[in-house]
Design a protein around this ligand. Structure first.
Ligand code: SAM
Length: 217
C-alpha cells in the first residue's frame, strides 16, 4: 500500500477506535479528525506512531497531544463554523489545524520560537496557511485579536487563567487543563455575567504552561 494510503487507513482506525469508540460524539469534530493528516505534524522518526493513542515527542522537549485529548478539547469548545478561536501552545500545529477545520479564524501562540516556525511551515504545507501563528507568552492571550468565541489551552495551568477568560466573548468557552505539573483536570469555563460557569471534565496530563500566569520556567 502507498505510504499515504497506509496513513489514511491508520487515521480512519484512530477515529473509529480512539474517538468514536470512547465518547467523542460531535460529528464535526470526528470529520475534522478524519481530515487532518497528523503524520504531517510529526518528524520522520514518529511516522509509524503518528496515529498511536498517545502524545508523541516533538522538538524542544514538548509533545504533540494525544488524538483523544485534541478531540475532547475541540468538542468542549462547541464550535459550529463561524467562530474566532485562540489556540494556546501551538506545539506541532496539529490542534490548530483541527481547529481550522472547525471554525472561521484561528490564532495560535507558542512560546518557543523554533517550534512556532516549524508549525507555521507544516501548517502551510498541509494547506492551513490561514492559521495565524504568533510567538509569545500565551498565558497573557493575544489581546490584539480578542475577543474570542473559544480559547483552547494545550498545556497545564497551575490555576484558572483569568487573563485568558477576560479575552472571551460573552458565552465564549475556555478549555484548559488545570492542576499540578504531575496531573490535571480538563476544565471548561463558559463566560457569563455572573463569572465563569465551570464544568469539570476528564483527568489529563499535559506539559506545563510556562509564563506570567503559568508555571515558572
Ligand atoms: N496542541 C499542540 C499540538 O497539537 O501539537 C500540543 C502542544 S504541547 C502539549 C504544549 C505546548 O505549549 C508546547 O509547545 C509548549 O512550548 C507550549 N507552551 C507552554 N507554555 C506556553 C505559553 N505560556 N505560551 C505559549 N505556548 C506555551
Amino acid at each position: 500500500m502507498p505510504p499515504e494510503d497506509e496513513q489514511a487507513h491508520r487515521r480512519h482506525a484512530m477515529v473509529a477506535a480512539q474517538l468514536r469508540g470512547r465518547d467523542i460524539v460531535d460529528e464535526r469534530v470526528l470529520r475534522a479528525m478524519e481530515a487532518v493528516p497528523r503524520e504531517r505534524f510529526v518528524g520522520e522518526r514518529q511516522q509509524r506512531r503518528a496515529y498511536d493513542d498517545a502524545a508523541l515527542p516533538i522538538s524542544g522537549g514538548q509533545t504533540i497531544s494525544q488524538p483523544y485529548m485534541v478531540a475532547r478539547i475541540c468538542e468542549a469548545l462547541r464550535l459550529t463554523g463561524g467562530e474566532r478561536v485562540l489556540d494556546v501552545g501551538t506545539g506541532s500545529g496539529y490542534q490548530a489545524a483541527v481547529l481550522a477545520e472547525l471554525s472561521a479564524e484561528v490564532y495560535t501562540i507558542e512560546r518557543i520560537p523554533e517550534l512556532a516556525e516549524l508549525a507555521r511551515e507544516r501548517l502551510a504545507a498541509a494547506g492551513y496557511e490561514r492559521v495565524h501563528v504568533h510567538v509569545g507568552d500565551g498565558t497573557l492571550g493575544l489581546p490584539e485579536h480578542a475577543p474570542y468565541d473559544g480559547i483552547a489551552v494545550a498545556a497545564a495551568a497551575p490555576g484558572f487563567p483569568q487573563t485568558l477568560y477576560q479575552q472571551l466573548k460573552p458565552r465564549g468557552r475556555l478549555v484548559v487543563p488545570v492542576g499540578s505539573a504531575r496531573g490535571q483536570r480538563l476544565e471548561v469555563a463558559v463566560r457569563s455575567p455572573e463569572g465563569p460557569a465551570l464544568i469539570h471534565s476528564v483527568p489529563c496530563r499535559f506539559v506545563p504552561l510556562v509564563g506570567a500566569e503559568g508555571f515558572e520556567q
